[in-house]
Design a protein around this ligand. Sequence first.
Ligand SMILES: Nc1ncnc2c1ncn2[C@@H]1O[C@H](COP(=O)(O)OP(=O)(O)O)[C@@H](O)[C@H]1O
Ligand SMILES: O=C(COP(=O)(O)O)[C@H](O)[C@H](O)COP(=O)(O)O
Length: 291
Amino acid sequence: MSQKHPIISVTGSSGAGTSTVKHTFDQIFRREGVNAVSIEGDAFHRFNRDQMRAELKARVAKGDHTFSHFSYDANELKQLEAAFREYAETGNGCTRTYVHDEAEAEVWGAKPGTFTDWRRFEDGSDVLFYEGLHGAVLTDDVRIADYADLKIGVVPVINLEWIQKIHRDKASRGYTTEAVTDVILRRMHDYVHCICPQFTNTDINFQRVPTVDTSNPFVARWIPTPDESMVVIRFKDPRGIDFSYLVSMIHDSFMSRANSIVIPGNKLDLAMQLILTPMIQRLVERRRRIL
Ligand SMILES: Nc1ncnc2c1ncn2[C@@H]1O[C@H](COP(=O)(O)OP(=O)(O)O)[C@@H](O)[C@H]1O
Ligand SMILES: O=C(COP(=O)(O)O)[C@H](O)[C@H](O)COP(=O)(O)O
């Protein structure tokens, strides 16, 4: 936690929609005049694509079938924690980019499946914004969640998450359904052990729930649209959340528990803006007062 250099962390599995949610944050940052530096969880993978394949082969040969990008030890989580700590203390830090495909390769000048060099953040930012798989990890060794001032979970129900991952990985990363299915299966152990526990450490979770049949996600021809879904928004600490304001502003929303509201899927962007803008304003105002 840092009053001077706040950190916002958006955590979700692969295909959950964290990159999509980043657009909403970018809009809020732009409108509110907040200068944010962004980092991606992929930057903190331990291995590039070839090294990861070799490591997987070696682990399988030793009888370990659970190693994946979700595993804590497939990532430099100490380094991610150090990046959060350094930012909290000094307002700066280091990141790099994992290049997924040819389009990103053009932008970054590195081959798909490799990392760029490490680089320093730009000076003078108001907040650090993280988006990735491990932004709310809390273990005996690694205390990433402790450094983040606002932690958001993006967690579609699992069939929908798989549909989103399969479609994104096929459309923009060139994988087949079979290849993505293998990845989903291999990652399941650490989905349970490394990803799910983080959603008890987050301040707010956004859980998209389809209202159409997704019972066989591996043959779904398209991703259920916002109109074909609802979103459950759960607050860890509901004190200070003006639920009656939210329910009156978001047409057709309702409270399902004392700490949760349910909204139509096509109101997600509006709901995020209504909920997150005052929270971001508070973080930035507190920082500016101190400075
Ligand atoms: N709220 C949403 N409504 C419809 N499609 C979505 C939504 N959120 C994400 N998607 C789709 O799901 C896929 C995965 O989203 P993405 O943001 O790339 O996930 P992540 O970065 O968490 O891996 C993308 O094709 C994206 O367009
Ligand atoms: O698990 C993830 C990260 O989440 P996201 O999918 O949301 O980026 C990616 O698949 C790996 O970064 C790289 O995998 P590959 O080397 O197969 O591209």
